[in-house]
Design a protein around this ligand. Structure first.
Ligand SMILES: Cc1cc2nc3c(=O)[nH]c(=O)nc-3n(C[C@H](O)[C@H](O)[C@H](O)COP(=O)(O)O)c2cc1C
Length: 371
């Protein structure tokens, strides 16, 4: 396959083969009703499935109702969610594309309005909101409710909920799962010293314990053939927060727990997600994915303003990450993979792209318009 650009080289992880290295990054759609998928999700994912991505991740999907960020978030806490999720998985399978689901708990960043309704946390007493939970009773910000500190039984119940969600993901036909351990949500808030001030065996030097417990539980219970991704906030980006060295150590622990890929986002524990030492620019978070890959010896996925075929291809070709997650650029232009195949001069596109796309590319090449 030396003729194939790096971005279009398939990658097999456990029993799953990603046809190329472009993964739809998980993105909340805020269009669910009581956690259930709607026609919007089918349209959105249908568009991406036809775009020839190598794999796709469904948005943050709550393992318990109070783990939703907003009332519009997807859920997987009930069998009632299975029909909608099964259909979304089938939309990708119809195109031969592996699809995963991001299992999530929003922790102290739960109970806020959707972006369509202002994205603000619900005030105490607002009937649309609910009580949030966290490792410590520290609010995310001035307007946010003080979360309830989880006790040992509460922690065990959340781990059970991730386990049940994993079983439902299998039942719905997903090929892989991603544990949402980033952006200041519950798992990240256990890992970060900013939000975890516990004095018991879930805090201090044991801040990774909750993340590792969820990883171990899912690995033990999901099929051996099913990859498990874990999204980190590689750095908190604030004084006293998680550093890349912490994340390399966490990644090594997760690898030992059977996690297959570390998806390297950042920030969100006490400010915006996506922060880095440098201002946002194309590929600005790639150095984190590179360090995790090299120093923890585990496959990594890079994310963050990867907007051109050349950059995406170079990240893979230069061994800086094993996969690239693309979010907004795929929303803006679902033809990203398509254009990338043209730009990078992919030959024999039938091997890696859906039939309709490969036909189009060959036609363009025939007409001398491949570039
Ligand atoms: C509308 C929207 C919703 C998002 N929802 C999620 C989510 O559910 N889970 C997650 O881990 N990241 C989420 N993100 C972050 C993206 O997955 C991605 O990491 C980020 O947008 C940077 O990649 P990009 O520059 O390619 O968009 C969201 C981003 C956007 C724009």
């Amino acid at each position: 396959m030396t003729d194939v650009p790096a971005l279009f080289r398939p990658l097999t992880i456990r029993g799953v083969t990603f046809g190329n290295r472009v993964i739809l990054s998980p993105m909340c759609q805020y269009r669910a009703i009581d956690g259930a998928a709607t026609r919007w999700h089918r349209s959105h994912h249908g568009r991406i499935a036809l775009a020839g991505v190598g794999g796709a991740l469904l948005e943050a999907t709550a393992v318990v109702p109070e783990g939703r960020i907003t009332p519009g978030c997807l859920g997987i806490w009930s069998d009632d969610h299975l029909p909608g999720l099964t259909e979304l998985a089938a939309i990708y399978h119809d195109e031969g594309i592996p699809v995963g689901i991001q299992l999530a708990h929003a922790g102290r960043k739960a109970s806020s309005a959707t972006p369509f309704e202002g994205a603000q946390p619900f005030a105490a007493g607002d009937a649309r909101g609910w009580t949030s939970v966290a490792p410590s009773a520290i609010p995310f910000g001035p307007n946010w409710q003080v979360p309830t500190e989880l006790d040992a039984a509460g922690i065990a119940a959340v781990i059970d909920a991730f386990s049940a969600a994993g079983q439902r993901a299998v039942a719905a036909g997903f090929d892989f799962v991603e544990i949402h351990g980033a952006h200041g949500y519950l798992i990240n808030s256990f890992v970060s010293p900013i939000s975890n001030r516990r004095g018991d065996s879930w805090g201090g030097d044991n801040r990774f314990r909750f993340a590792v417990a969820i990883a171990e539980r899912l690995r033990a219970e999901l099929p051996d053939t099913m990859p498990i991704f874990y999204r980190v906030s590689a750095v908190d980006g604030v004084e006293g927060g998680i550093t890349i060295e912490d994340t390399v150590a966490l990644a090594a622990a997760l690898k030992a727990s059977g996690i297959d890929v570390i998806d390297c986002s950042s920030g969100g524990v006490s400010g915006p997600s996506g922060v880095a030492a440098t201002p946002p620019a194309p590929g600005y978070l790639v150095p984190n994915a590179e360090r995790v890959r090299r120093e923890a010896g585990i496959a990594s996925m890079a994310v963050g303003l990867i907007m051109t075929a050349e950059l995406a291809d170079a990240i893979i070709a230069d061994w800086r990450a094993d996969l690239v997650a693309i979010g907004r650029e795929l929303l803006a232009d679902s033809s990203f993979v398509h254009r990338a195949a043209l730009t990078l001069g992919l030959s024999n596109p039938h091997r890696v792209l859906p039939e309709g796309l490969s036909f189009y590319i060959e036609r363009r090449r025939y007409e001398g318009m491949a570039r």
